[in-house]
Design a binder for this molecule. Structure first.
Ligand code: AGP
Length: 597
């Protein structure tokens, strides 16, 4: 899984490729590399670690007009220079970068061995470059050699290939993994996704599934081009020490933007926009599908739908959905939820659904992403670019989008004057202010709590009912950025097994919302403390005292309280991780966008 980029027709391909890799780094930062057309063939440069390490090797020279680049998240083989892309063919004639998976790599490697060609890396990708070169050695032209090679691949791919005998030409091909061609009026760019295209690009065109296309500095003819909005691709961290803190602190503004757009009667992103393309009368149930934090946000959103619209709603990890050969229900609205809109497991779930007569709705942050384009309708998250690997402001807006969907579904059945909807309409505009007060006023208190737990090596996050997905997301954040082992359980399940692990080396984070489940927390805390376990509490009860260190959070509205709690748990994870001196923007082993199965 990785990000790939290419450029042709520029003055300094080396510089342009490094810039593209910096934009692509959220797809992986295990290694990076570029291959350029040099005067005497192909020159490859690669390094382990971030793009900065590659840039430190220096520029390949201002005389390079074309080349390809790759940033890696290791799937086959450890992060090393040997396993870094671009891969060069055994005869030095061809270089390739690949995003995807070659499932039948063992078979293809065996065929190469039979022909006397030895691979030198542990990657699945390397076999492709040798096969292309082998076809060329049989007299096949470059485009056809790529076609013949990719026809043998069992798996998803986006690839870029250059050959020594065609300076200025990139060969682009995709199947199942996204790849876009962009133009800035001078150079032609290729990249895994829109965010990675140069901000100078004015138009883009997707490489279609199964397409193999030669890209030169002349804008490719016969394609469908989409106009791009300038200047929307990248961001910087301003005065913050890292993107994570910046993004956590942006939530008053980003939640306000989402509420303003998604609950407006007319704005882009309002129900008038996405709801008009759906047949509401056909929807009898709702199923949210997503991965990781997006799945947990889907779980919270499902509880909103059941609560407000009284329609059965569930959430499921997108990859598990396709694994189990599910019954696809024609009266179910399937909601695919994703920050990037490029997570392969979520795209696969959507493509599986596309084979059935069902309505699909996506909730995505990146406009123009694959999921945004492929679904029947799309709710935008209005959170702006999220750079840090750990999702924060987007998760909050996913829950707001869940509320917008639940309200739209409820309005059709109960009318806009239903008491529950009126109450929500009154409470929603206050949410950004509550978040601002929490971030400014309770930061020190939450940091002190983080100080008290950072030395524990294992944690439980415990919540009941709708607080359970909030606890799951809290545990996810602490795992991702502090590397402390953390598991979330429904509080009711603790005594049925997990309690066995509670001892003085173990801390439990109790998520006590202002509801019946929260009230039961006193008993839960007693059960943990009786076994010598430590407890800290995040509580929204205004008049309930717990016998453990407690951060008391404001309670706004029964549905919005979960969002407020989620933000407090983000701050808690952030402080725990920074006390432990972790790299919070780039946690080990992870990538922002997971584009492999
Ligand atoms: C969140 O902190 C994680 N980075 C991760 O779980 C993420 O939510 C998941 O990979 C799904 O990504 P998506 O929203 O881009 O589809």
């Amino acid at each position: 899984m990785c990000g790939i980029a290419g450029i042709t027709g520029t003055d300094d391909a080396g510089r342009a490729l490094i810039d593209a890799l910096e934009r692509l780094e959220y797809r992986g930062y295990d290694s990076a590399g570029i291959a350029t057309h040099a005067p005497d063939g192909i020159e490859v440069r690669k390094s382990v670690g971030s793009v900065a390490a590659l840039a430190a090797l220096g520029s390949p020279g201002g005389d390079r007009r074309s080349g390809i680049a790759h940033t890696r998240w290791a799937t086959h083989g450890a992060p090393s220079t040997r396993n870094a892309h671009p891969h060069l063919s055994h005869d030095g004639t061809t270089a390739l970068v690949h995003n995807g998976t070659v499932r039948n790599v063992a078979r293809l490697r065996g065929e190469l061995t039979d022909r006397g060609i030895t691979t030198t890396s542990d990657t699945d990708s390397e076999v492709l470059v040798h096969l292309i070169a082998w076809h060329r050695a049989q007299g096949v032209d470059a485009l056809e050699a790529v076609r013949l090679t990719l026809a043998r691949v069992d798996g998803d791919y986006a690839v870029l290939v250059i050959t020594a005998d065609r300076p200025g030409t990139l060969i682009a091909a995709a199947s199942g993994s996204p790849l876009l061609i962009g133009t800035d009026g001078r150079a032609v760019h290729v990249a895994s996704d829109r965010a990675a295209l140069s901000s100078g690009c004015t138009h883009c065109s997707p490489v279609l599934d199964g397409e193999v296309v030669a890209v030169t500095a002349a804008v490719p003819a016969g394609r469908t081009w989409e106009v791009l909005t300038p200047g929307t691709t990248w961001t910087d961290k301003g005065s913050y020490p890292n993107f994570l803190l910046k993004e956590i602190n942006e939530q008053p503004q980003t939640s306000r933007a989402a509420i303003g757009a998604l609950f407006s009667p007319v704005a882009e992103g309002s129900a008038a926009d996405w709801g008009s393309t759906l047949d509401r009368s056909a929807i009898k149930r709702v199923c949210f599908l997503g991965c990781g934090s997006s799945y947990y946000a889907g779980q919270v959103a499902a509880s909103f739908v059941e609560n407000l619209a009284r329609i059965p709603a569930t959430a499921e990890p997108a990859a598990e959905f396709t694994q189990r050969d599910p019954v696809v229900e024609p009266d179910c609205l399937y909601v695919l939820i994703s920050q990037s809109g490029e997570t392969l497991d979520t795209l696969h779930a959507h493509r599986y659904l596309r084979r059935h007569p069902v309505q699909t709705l996506s909730i995505v942050n990146v406009r123009g992403s694959s999921l945004d384009r492929e679904s029947d309708a799309s709710i935008p998250l209005c959170a702006g670019a999220e750079v840090s690997v750990a999702s924060t402001k987007v998760v909050t807006n996913m829950q707001i989008a869940g509320l917008a969907l639940a309200s739209w579904l409820a309005r059709a059945d109960y009318g806009s004057k239903s008491a529950a909807l009126l109450e929500l309409d009154l409470a929603l505009p206050i949410l950004p202010t509550i978040l601002a007060d929490l971030l400014a006023g309770q930061d020190a208190e939450i940091r002190a709590l983080a100080e008290s737990v950072h030395a524990f090596r294992s944690m439980y996050y415990l919540g009941r009912g709708p607080s359970w997905p909030v606890a799951r997301e809290g545990a996810q954040k602490i795992k991702e950025i502090s590397y402390i082992h953390a598991e979330a359980y429904q509080a009711s399940e603790l005594k049925h097994g997990p309690l066995a692990l509670v001892d003085p080396d173990h801390v439990s984070v109790v998520v006590a919302a202002n509801d019946a489940g929260g009230q039961q927390s006193a008993t839960l805390i007693g059960q943990i403390q009786a076994r010598g376990g430590a407890v800290v509490v995040f509580s929204q009860h205004q008049d309930y005292e717990f016998d453990a260190p407690t951060v008391r959070l404001p309670a706004v509205h029964p549905l919005l309280d979960h969002i407020v709690m989620g933000v407090a748990l983000q701050v808690f994870a952030y402080h725990t991780a920074t006390i432990l001196d972790r790299d919070v923007d780039r946690p080990r082993n992870l990538a922002k966008s997971v584009t492999v199965e």
